[in-house]
Design a protein around this ligand. Structure first.
Ligand code: BGC
Length: 435
């Protein structure tokens, strides 16, 4: 009886402590429902002896850069000595996506041209015209299908809108020679999928747009390409599945991989399992005060290590880039669950040597398919493995303020992981840490 009473009392204390932590910030809503208030830990930043501006910071998924020129924002990447970016190799992935589509066309050349007019027509859903990764993917598709037009040494990535007669200036009609025969390829239409509230990469917009495209082009559309699976699957579900038109995306979200069995053409894994690990790992290393390569290129004390076929590090850009893999009918069965931690880095860290630390992390748009269905579930598994107590904040995908408003008290955290709405906006966050 006494024991039970003691347990109830202990439980009440824990609950009231947790409530205090959250009580400071009435706006604390989390992405994906996991709510973790900062905990008081033995080695945590008690008394705030580390200034916020000196705490480890990782940018992820949206690389600080100028959204018009693509130039990297090195001030943001060098915010302090423990600042890094984690993403994936956009150019290598974009080439793979273009090649995957070209390979599919080549292998299916006898049936790809649905209306037999000698023109292979495709439509393209663009995610965010100011996002380097989206731009790279648009370029990759255009390059592989020979529809690319260069300007000042770079392939144009602007959407064409409608291009029924091939007169658009951002693309040209391409020529592909397959089996000794020449085919024309035309980008019939492309558009940035932005909703009326301003959210980009918007799947619902893509689902509506395919219907408009089909009403104009009908069976001239032979291939559907998308900068990501969220938009790709919306178009597949709205039209191309039923009409047996190959549709290609990017991200290898579980639903898209599963759809390959039903005719989704293919996708690219950007190795989110490696990226989510790196996102939290660089923070863990900085907090432990160990070499940044620990558990990355060099095995840690639990045996976690990555081989260089899954990532690369560019010191001059302070950036880790995961490498991409094409997922098609040939290998999709190996990718059916996108939320499984990568085995070589899934060993639990010892909590004495690596005590719990508090991390503030935001997802720029809680409705983004890739980030909410693939990336965040992975982060939530790695946070346990790495003994990090992460508070997840889900943004609305439209304004930075919606997110920064919920970083009212940075002193409560030991480290920060940031996913900006717009790649130009690093200062919206760093100013809060400097203040
Ligand atoms: C993913 C997209 C996602 C975007 C968000 C990209 O890397 O491929 O699916 O919408 O990140 O920034």
């Amino acid at each position: 009886m006494k024991k039970a009473l003691a347990m109830i009392l202990a439980l009440m204390m824990v609950l009231s402590l947790a409530a205090c932590g959250n009580g400071d910030n009435p706006q604390n809503s989390t992405a994906g429902g996991e709510s973790k208030a900062p905990v008081e830990t033995q080695n945590s930043n008690e008394g705030g002896e580390v200034a916020n501006k000196d705490k480890p910071l990782v940018w992820f998924n949206r690389q600080p850069s100028n959204s018009s020129t693509g130039e990297l924002d090195m001030d943001a990447m060098n915010f302090n000595k423990d600042t890094y970016y984690v993403g994936f190799d956009a150019n290598q992935g974009a080439e793979l996506q273009g090649q995957m589509i070209l390979d599919y066309i080549t292998a299916h050349i006898d049936e790809i041209d649905r209306n037999g007019d000698g023109v292979i027509g495709y439509v393209l859903a663009i995610g965010d015209i100011g996002h380097n990764d989206s731009i790279a993917r648009t370029r990759g598709v255009r390059k592989a299908l020979d529809t690319a037009v260069e300007e000042n040494g770079a392939i144009k990535s602007d959407p064409v809108g409608m291009n029924a007669d091939g007169s658009a200036t951002a693309v040209k009609d391409g020529k592909l020679t397959i089996g000794g025969k020449e085919y024309t390829v035309r980008e019939l239409a492309s558009q940035e999928m932005k909703n009326s509230a301003g959210a980009t990469w918007d799947a619902a917009t893509a689902g509506n747009t395919i219907t408009t495209w089909v009403s104009t082009f009908g069976d001239q559309i032979d291939v559907v390409a998308s900068n990501n699976d969220g938009m790709g699957m919306a178009m597949f579900n709205a039209w191309s599945n039923e009409n047996k038109v190959p549709t290609f995306g990017y991200d290898a979200n579980s639903d898209a991989v599963e759809a390959i069995a039903n005719g989704y053409g293919g996708t690219i894994s950007q190795h989110a399992d490696v990226q989510a690990y790196l996102t939290l790992r660089v923070l863990r290393n900085a907090l432990d005060g160990v070499d940044i390569d620990t558990g990355i290129g060099t095995a840690d004390d639990a045996g976690n290590v990555l081989s260089d076929d899954v990532y690369k590090y560019d010191d001059s850009q302070r950036s880790y880039y995961a490498l991409n893999v094409a997922v098609t009918a040939d290998n999709y069965k190996d990718f059916l669950d996108a939320t499984v931690p990568y085995a070589p880095v899934s060993n639990q860290l010892d909590s004495t040597a690596h005590p719990t630390k508090n991390v503030w992390l935001n997802i720029y748009n809680a409705a983004d398919n890739f980030l909410s269905a693939t990336y965040q579930p992975l982060l939530q598994k790695y946070d346990d493995i790495l003994n990090l107590n992460v508070e997840y904040i889900g943004g609305d995908g439209q304004t930075e303020a919606n997110i920064t408003n919920r970083l009212g008290n940075p002193s409560q955290y030991d480290a920060f992981a940031i996913n900006m709405v717009k790649t130009d906006n690093s200062a919206s966050y760093t100013s809060l840490l400097e203040g």
